[in-house]
Design a protein around this ligand. Structure first.
Ligand code: ADP
Ligand code: MG
Ligand code: ZN
Length: 483
């Protein structure tokens, strides 16, 4: 029996996602991960006195897109505010964020169970720089490249009641942000991270308990583990008659436990006020309509289409919607040649195998790009469908198209891979077999299905595999059903 049994978890999230813009939010420095330290910086994003910020229009567009994706109300009038605090990774001593007039209000996400998780808001803000602590008395390194990276912060209502609900929600949010091109959400690079607010209450109680906040979790697994650990910890405190202290805690993934960072009493007053350097932003209906028109079909609806209209298994549909690129590639193929399950097999087995090494090298599944166009892949599948080639030849062609970039049909002709045997030749071979092998004739009378395989094999062997197996299959009865 666990202490938790008599309590219910209450969880609310604050999710930060870095927007997929070319440049930063208030200057023209590049917004990229992995550049050499402090190379993507300027007076604005390093907070030099007197430097003036200018809002990147693309940031607002992507943030509106996020609002539309999650059913928020888009504010027609929105304001940036200064959140004042000092920390070495924030050289301005204030973060530009939004409090009173956030861009997106309300909205939410429906879980598979039908439960609706409400969003309180999605606001826009800038990221801070990155500190690297070198360990005992060796100092700390500061990299301001990340400073001024555009972020959206999604704040949920405290609607979650389990770690599973939280993880499902995060996965849904992440795939929508990725598909809509709002954020790349590379979690291991901090592109999407989340703060978990958690409290317990006795089962049946209607009031919320005192919560703690765990900052900057950046994998689904650590979210799950951090929640389980923290719920158990709070349950123990409560069950032994103690009170949970409202505090910020840091989850240590290696140790598998969290520890207190600072309590709410020490928390500072951020003295939010409208940033006098930035004008309020007015958003017109036309601008919202324009963003709407650029939105794409979301993964959940694509999966439904794949299983219901294309008749492919749920498993395939999951894999094919890992990224928008893969999903678009699949749909382009299907629109060229309507054999969805066959195309799915080629992508999931043969193409994935080819790009696996590539993906491992780039260590990012999200960056998968197939080395053959949709047109060329479906050319090969079409030849297979028409029985002009067999699967092995198809695979050989696939390699050749990738190597040479040539057209699959031309290569097949050039390499003499297409079946070329005439019906007459096949008929002659069948008659020869019939006259020479009485056993085959007997077997055909008993079970034509069964012996047909053997007969086809015989024709193939005597034509170096160049006969069309479908044609052979159709010709067999003509010869063998005759007395
Ligand atoms: P603050 O202004 O202190 O950050 P908010 O009201 O903005 O507080 O809430 C921050 C997050 O904490 C939200 O995601 C919210 O859903 C969550 N939250 C609020 N109260 C509780 C609670 N009692 N238990 C768990 N989560 C909570
Ligand atoms: Mg907060
Ligand atoms: Zn800059």
């Amino acid at each position: 029996m666990s202490y938790l049994d008599s309590y219910e978890m209450v969880i609310g999230l604050e999710i930060h996602a870095e927007l997929a813009t070319r440049t930063k939010i208030f200057c023209s420095c590049k917004n990229e991960f992995g550049a050499s330290p402090n190379s993507n910086t300027c007076p604005v994003c390093t907070g030099m006195p007197g430097a003036l910020p200018i809002t990147n229009k693309k940031v607002i567009e992507l943030a509106i897109k996020a609002g539309l994706s999650f059913g928020c109300e888009i504010s027609k009038y929105t304001v940036f505010e200064r959140k004042n605090y000092f920390y070495p990774d924030l050289s301005k001593a204030y973060q530009i964020s939004q409090l009173v007039k956030p861009l997106n209000i309300g909205g939410g996400v429906e879980l598979d169970s039908g439960k609706f998780i409400r969003l309180n808001r999605i606001h826009v803000e800038e990221d801070a720089g990155k500190l690297t602590h070198l360990g005992k008395s060796q100092g700390t390194l500061i990299d301001y490249n990340r400073g001024g990276t555009p972020l959206i912060e999604m704040v949920t209502e405290p609607d979650f009641r389990s770690a599973e609900e939280v993880v499902e929600f995060l996965k849904k949010v992440r795939e929508i942000l990725m598909f809509e091109g709002i954020a790349n959400c590379k979690m291991e690079q901090g592109g999407m991270r989340c703060d978990v607010n958690l409290s317990l209450r006795r089962k049946g109680d209607s009031n919320f308990g005192i919560r703690t906040e765990m900052k900057n979790l950046n994998s689904f697994r650590s979210v799950q583990r951090a929640i389980e650990y923290e719920a158990e910890r709070q349950a123990e405190v409560l069950a032994s008659g103690g009170d949970v202290v409202q505090e910020t805690r840091k989850w240590d993934d290696f140790a598998g436990e969290s520890f207190a960072m600072r309590s709410k009493e020490q928390a500072q007053d951020y003295r939010y006020f409208p940033d006098p350097d930035l004008l309020p932003i007015l958003i017109s209906d036309e601008e919202i309509e324009k963003v709407k028109s650029e939105m794409v079909e979301v993964p959940a609806s694509r999966r439904k289409k794949y299983t219901e209209e294309f008749g492919i298994p749920k498993y395939d549909a999951e894999l094919l919607t890992q990224t928008k690129y893969i999903s678009d590639y699949f749909e382009n193929c299907v629109s060229l040649l309507f054999v969805p399950k066959k195309i799915s097999n080629w992508i999931m087995v043969d193409l994935f195998k080819i790009v696996k090494d590539q993906a491992q090298k780039e260590q990012n599944q999200e960056d998968i790009v197939f080395p053959i166009s949709e047109k060329q892949l479906t050319n090969i599948i079409k030849m297979l469908e028409d029985r002009q080639i067999n699967k092995n030849v198809g695979l050989e062609l696939l390699q050749k198209v990738i190597e040479t970039g040539k057209d699959a049909n031309e290569l097949a002709k050039e390499m003499n891979l297409l079946v070329t045997i005439s019906e007459d030749t096949i008929l002659n071979l069948l008659s020869k077999l019939k006259s020479e092998n009485s056993k085959v004739v007997e077997d055909y009378k008993k079970d034509p299905e069964k012996i047909s395989k053997f007969i086809t094999g015989y024709v193939m062997k005597n034509t170096q595999g160049k006969a069309n197996s479908l044609v052979v299959k159709n010709l067999i009865p003509k010869v063998f059903s005759k007395e």
